[in-house]
Design a protein around this ligand. Structure first.
Ligand code: FAD
Ligand code: SF4
Ligand code: SF4
Length: 438
């Protein structure tokens, strides 16, 4: 019921025991399951033989934020899902080992002068941008990060709650980047405060890592009632604006009976946050079944343990109330034939309407990119979904402008955003070295 980290990780003895379980496979399938190809058997071997410093240096050669990934990667769908030990029992706890190494090791990264001080503007400060900035700064480029909010870190600070990812860890990485020479300009909304065209006059290249922060809504009756809000707004107010502190200058409504619509990581974070904000009952309302819930297994497990109630195969059709929301009218669903996504389509059961009473409803149905930058930048190509279009090397349709992370893929994962930031940095470095530049 508090905001301290829930999952405590491994101690030294448990880490060594877990590392000893790794078979050091000649063809490590676990590495194929990691979107950035962390050298998993290598870091585990070095952890056993030399300790955390050496192991961290192996991990950091491919992953800039292991303390974050060790905590929030969906390992059960990535590296750990491919571990050969799944055939006989539990996989090696790769995420927990990565977290242990990141929390206990230290490493010094060397700078090169490949970039010769050429200037790059990095828009946004989430995992895509932080990785891009780190890779470019390491190569000797002069990097400025421009962030709309008053704090850097993107979803890592405004979305994922403290009890899952302590903000001090993210701050530590940002301080390291500052020591590496990266400048941070906060409260700077690109597309309003300054345009991409203006940035191109001042910088040799621009990276857009502006995420997908615009929430989707159901579009049903009553969604405008007081007490109905998006998970993004709720989590930003509680995490970034620290509304959970008793003397917060920006308090939020503390619902007693809360309905959360959706079943992804964002929904689990909102539900668990609402409990910590004093709710007596929190119900997750989801139109498909348990197997289809998109959240990480660990988050669902923790939510259940903490007392969140799951209303599955339940579709919200309207919100009801007077001035404030008083309930969500729902219909029961059954699973029909698979749809285009391969998942069985939920079909309403006629005459099954019932009401989930609530004094607060949090809508967590996913997000799309904010159109502000695309609308204010001539020639910047976007998809029908509003995501920025890039080639394989992360170049956009505008020369000198690159993009990656959720702004390109739509809402995805931290590690995919980091992989994109790294690929873009590589392309920027190559393009600027083959370019006479300004
Ligand atoms: P973001 O992290 O969204 O960062 C974008 C940044 O750009 C923001 O700081 C924003 O303020 C800034 N920005 C936007 N527009 C502008 C502008 N015009 N000018 C200047 N700055 C701008 N992923 C996982 O892997 N595991 C999880 O457990 C997990 N849980 C999540 C929980 C929540 C609540 C949320 C919302 C997401 C979660 N995700 C999780 C998804 C993951 O956090 C994102 O995929 C990832 O952060 C995307 O990184 P990014 O750098 O592309 O964008
Ligand atoms: Fe696994 Fe994520 Fe680490 Fe890759 S970065 S090894 S997917 S925890
Ligand atoms: Fe170790 Fe599993 Fe990877 Fe094999 S697949 S190297 S056992 S973590």
């Amino acid at each position: 019921n508090d905001f301290f980290e829930v999952s405590l990780g491994l101690d030294a003895e448990a880490a060594q025991k877990e590392a000893a379980r790794c078979l050091q496979c000649k063809r490590p399938l676990c590495v194929e399951g990691c979107p950035v190809g962390v050298k998993i058997p290598d870091f585990i071997r070095v952890l056993k033989e030399e300790g955390a410093d050496g192991a961290l240096s192996v991990i950091k050669s491919t992953n800039f934020l292991p303390a974050v990934c060790g905590r929030v990667c969906p390992q059960e769908k990535q590296c750990e899902s491919r571990c050969v030990l799944n055939k006989t029992g539990a996989p090696v706890a790769i995420g927990l080992l990565e977290r242990y190494v990141a929390d206990h090791g230290s490493v010094t990264v060397q700078k090169t002068d490949e970039g010769r001080g050429k200037r790059v503007a990095v828009v946004g400060s989430g995992p895509a941008s932080l990785t891009c900035a780190a890779e470019l700064a390491r190569r000797g480029f002069a990097v400025t990060v421009l962030e709309a909010f008053h704090a850097a870190g993107g979803v890592l600070v405004y979305g994922i709650p403290e009890f899952r990812l302590p903000k001090a860890l993210v701050q530590q990485e940002i301080e390291r980047l500052k020591q590496f020479g990266v400048d941070f300009e906060l409260n700077t909304v690109v597309g309003k405060t300054v345009t991409v065209e203006q940035l191109l006059e001042e910088y040799h290249a621009v990276f857009l890592g502006c995420g997908a922060g615009l929430p989707k809504f159901l579009g049903v009756e009553g969604e405008g009632l007081n007490g109905v809000c998006s998970a993004n707004e709720y989590l930003t107010r509680v995490n970034l604006m620290q509304a959970y502190k008793p003397k917060s200058v920006t308090p939020v409504q503390r619902g007693k009976s809360v309905a959360v619509i959706g079943a992804g990581n964002v929904a689990m974070d909102a539900a668990r946050t609402a409990l910590r904000m004093g709710a007596e009952s929190v119900s997750v309302v989801y139109r498909r079944g348990r197997d289809e819930m998109p959240a990480r297994a660990e988050e669902i497990h923790h939510a259940e343990e903490e007392g969140v109630r799951f209303c599955l195969l339940t579709n919200p059709v309207r919100f009801v109330g007077g001035e404030r929301v008083e309930g969500v009218v729902c219909e029961r669903m059954e699973l029909g034939e698979p749809d285009a996504s391969g998942r069985r389509r939920p079909v309403p059961i006629e005459g099954s309407e019932f009401t989930v009473p609530c004094d607060m409803a949090i809508v967590a149905l996913g997000t799309v990119p904010n159109p502000m930058i695309a609308r204010s930048t001539a020639g910047l190509a976007v998809s029908e979904r509003g995501t920025l279009l890039v080639d394989e090397a992360m170049r956009t349709s505008v020369k000198g402008v690159y993009a990656g992370g959720d702004a390109v893929t739509g809402a995805a994962t931290v590690i995919l955003a980091m992989g994109a930031g790294k690929r873009a940095a590589q392309t920027i470095a190559e393009d600027l070295s083959s370019d006479d530049g300004k």
